[in-house]
Design a protein around this ligand. Structure first.
Ligand SMILES: Nc1ncnc2c1ncn2[C@@H]1O[C@H](COP(=O)(O)OP(=O)(O)OP(=O)(O)O)[C@@H](O)[C@H]1O
Ligand SMILES: [Mg+2]
Length: 359
């Protein structure tokens, strides 16, 4: 049984500026289940930050309803447009259960690591010595015990983000919102932070909303993905669904970047084999999930259709313990047989994208 911890329904956020109206979020509904790591991917300006700021009412929507952990934070009446919202006091208390981390860490520079984390406990009911113990425990969790008395300026980006994570966890939140938390970090540090987020998810059941413009980050930790463009969610699904069978062009682009296949296509496209395709040859990308493996697939094409496959590039990713493969191939054979081969592949849940040839 899964249970939604965040339910956003028909959310609009419209900004009115002097001469312009910006519809930053348009009719977005999203349900996030307890224990999800929900990736929201999109380019700059897509509306990702605006959407997640709605979750804890840092941004009041123009329309829609927000229910977090069973409590209605906000609701607008479909007909009258009348808005009701949670009391400020209640909101303040409930916001503590929603931690946030950001690209630029937002630490207090004139305070030590310990003080930065303790700051989040200023309204806590804990006694002083309990607070001290709590901070120490959090710093151990993010592996920064040895930095407790240092200042942010003495830390690397990854360490600063770990302080921010410790601070975000101070009030034992059930939800952590990460808005581009790894965007300012190098790839190795990014992976360390993502691994820490994953650990918090698996060990403590923390629900994570991961905003990013990098599908790579989502690929590492998310179990579900939504793709945003122009204020709308244009595609959503499990990580596997999205990677195996992306439907929208934008989703494909994100995935190709995340799997490096875009670079492979770019490089291989310049090779004579692809550049000068013969009649009856196509350059294609085959993608598949799970049990299907490349060998029987390719062997079957030849056995059943006399279609040969020249594999130019292959990549297998393991997403949530399931292999997801991509092959760049030149397929050649009798045109009719080739078409039948392609639809057979399709029937076997192999996603085929013809990149060149075959017209
Ligand atoms: N307070 C505001 N007033 C007016 N316009 C705003 C405001 N906040 C955001 N916008 C506009 O709403 C749109 C969505 O912005 P948002 O910051 O949500 O995008 P984003 O997907 O988070 O982008 P990025 O990846 O650059 O962080 C943009 O056009 C932005 O200029
Ligand atoms: Mg943003």
């Amino acid at each position: 049984m899964t249970e939604s911890i965040i339910e956003l329904k028909n959310i609009d956020v419209t900004f009115h500026q002097k001469k312009r109206t910006i519809e930053a979020v348009k009719n977005v509904s999203i349900n996030i289940d307890r224990g999800d790591v929900y990736g929201i991917v999109g380019y700059s300006g897509a509306g990702k930050s605006t959407l997640v700021r709605v979750i804890n009412l840092l941004q009041e929507p123009t329309r829609g309803s927000i229910v977090v952990n069973g409590t209605t934070f906000f609701q607008s009446d479909e007909h009258s447009g009348q808005k009701t919202r949670i009391s400020n006091n209640d909101l303040r208390v409930r916001r503590r259960k929603i931690g946030m981390i950001f690209q630029h860490f937002n630490l207090l520079n004139e305070r030590t690591v310990t003080e930065n984390v303790a700051f989040a406990l200023q309204h806590s009911q804990l006694k002083d010595d309990e607070k001290k113990a709590k901070v120490a425990e959090l710093l151990a969790l993010v592996d920064l015990s040895d930095r407790a008395e240092q200042y942010p300026s003495q830390l690397s980006g990854g360490q600063k983000q770990r302080v921010a994570i410790a601070r975000a966890l101070a009030n034992d939140p059930e939800i952590l919102i990460s808005d581009e938390a790894t965007s300012a970090l190098d790839p190795k540090t990014t992976n360390q932070i993502l691994a820490l987020l994953k650990k918090l998810n698996t060990e403590f059941g923390l629900t994570i909303v991961l905003i990013t413009h990098e599908m790579q980050a989502v690929k590492e930790v998310a179990n579900k993905v939504a793709v945003m463009q122009n204020g709308e969610i244009i595609e959503r699904g499990s990580l596997l669904e999205i990677f195996a069978q992306p439907k929208q062009q934008l989703t494909r682009e994100f995935i190709e970047t995340a799997t490096n296949i875009d670079k492979a296509i770019e490089t291989i496209s310049h090779e004579p084999l692809v550049n000068k395709l013969k009649d009856g040859e196509i350059f294609a990308r085959l993608s598949y999930v799970g049990e299907t493996t490349d060998e029987p697939l390719i062997a079957g094409l030849f056995r059943d259709f006399n279609v040969t496959a020249n594999i130019l590039y292959g990549n297998i990713e393991v997403l949530q313990d399931t292999p997801v493969g991509s092959l760049l191939v030149i397929l050649s054979g009798d045109p009719t047989q080739l078409q039948t081969a392609l639809s057979t592949l399709h029937d076997h849940h192999v996603d085929v994208t013809v990149i060149k040839g075959g017209n």
